[in-house]
Design a protein around this ligand. Sequence first.
Ligand SMILES: Cc1cc2nc3c(=O)[nH]c(=O)nc-3n(C[C@H](O)[C@H](O)[C@H](O)COP(=O)(O)OP(=O)(O)OC[C@H]3O[C@@H](n4cnc5c(N)ncnc54)[C@H](O)[C@@H]3O)c2cc1C
Length: 303
Amino acid sequence: MAAPNRSGTLTAAKEVRLYPSRFHYEAPRTIDEACQMMAYYRDDAKVLSGGMSLIPLMKLRFASPGTIVDINNIEGLDYIEEAGGYLRIGALARNRAIVRSDLVRSRHPLMSSACPTISDPVVRNRGTLVGNCCHSDPQGDWVSVMMCLGGEIVARSVDGERVIPIEQFTTGPFSNSLQSHEIAVEARIPGSTNYGEYHKIERKVGDFATVAVGVALNIAGGSVSHCGIALTGVAPSNLKCYDAERAVMGGTLNEGTIEAAARAASAAASPRSDHRGSEEYKRTMVEVFVRRSLRAAAGIRAA
Ligand SMILES: Cc1cc2nc3c(=O)[nH]c(=O)nc-3n(C[C@H](O)[C@H](O)[C@H](O)COP(=O)(O)OP(=O)(O)OC[C@H]3O[C@@H](n4cnc5c(N)ncnc54)[C@H](O)[C@@H]3O)c2cc1C
């Protein structure tokens, strides 16, 4: 096939085809069946949920699993519900459903604020919160949100079920504490929060974060009973800002505590200068976003 070049003449266009390596495909109908398959194939297998990260990686041959265990035919894994004091998000609940969920918005406004910033509608139609956490991309947004809210991942295998707090789940860039035979079946988030906001700077709509800051609070009787602050894109992994959280926990939000939290979050970040922005710019934006969120939460008008 011919294509015009800059000078307007026709040249032979190079055709680039990206195919994954050959793999064996399994499509279990139940979660028990899927667990048995994972127990059988172990390190050789990868779970497929939305496929929005796994399939591109396979096409680029950065990942070449021998077997794909596609969990999309398992019924009943796409729930978003409240039970036992938790907001429970099933492994096949798509980002699109999370964006549209009134339950999510009413329990944790941070989730509804963050979700529309994840890629574009095409990716959100297929991609899942649980898959995003399992992918453990240090620039992924859901791990930061889960960190703000004290979220946990429920893992299932032939050995039973275990619950992993998100801070213990992610162990570094693209790595987590799931064992090779385990399947993450649910993300669960305790209680509720009455304020939450996710600020994200991206080079273009749908891009990963240059800097993103999640803030979730529960304010009861004028006092902060829950504070979660986490950062994306400004450290080797998603970063929970314990010092910043402590600066506002248990007291009222005022200019002094807000300033202390904003500075602590900025100090905790370890951004690198790159094509997305300088270290100083990223650090400053962390401070600005934490301050802006906490002021909004306190009903203080931003200067
Ligand atoms: C163009 C583009 C832009 C994007 N932008 C953003 C962005 O701005 N922010 C952001 O956070 N993400 C972004 N993403 C990633 C996107 O959100 C993915 O959907 C997400 O990372 C993976 O979720 P998934 O359900 O598609 O998982 P998959 O792609 O199916 O799987 C990803 C990995 O997790 C494992 N896995 C998946 N589900 C399970 C499970 N239930 N149990 C065990 N292991 C599992 C897989 O084996 C694989 O290793 C982008 C992706 C694309 C293609």
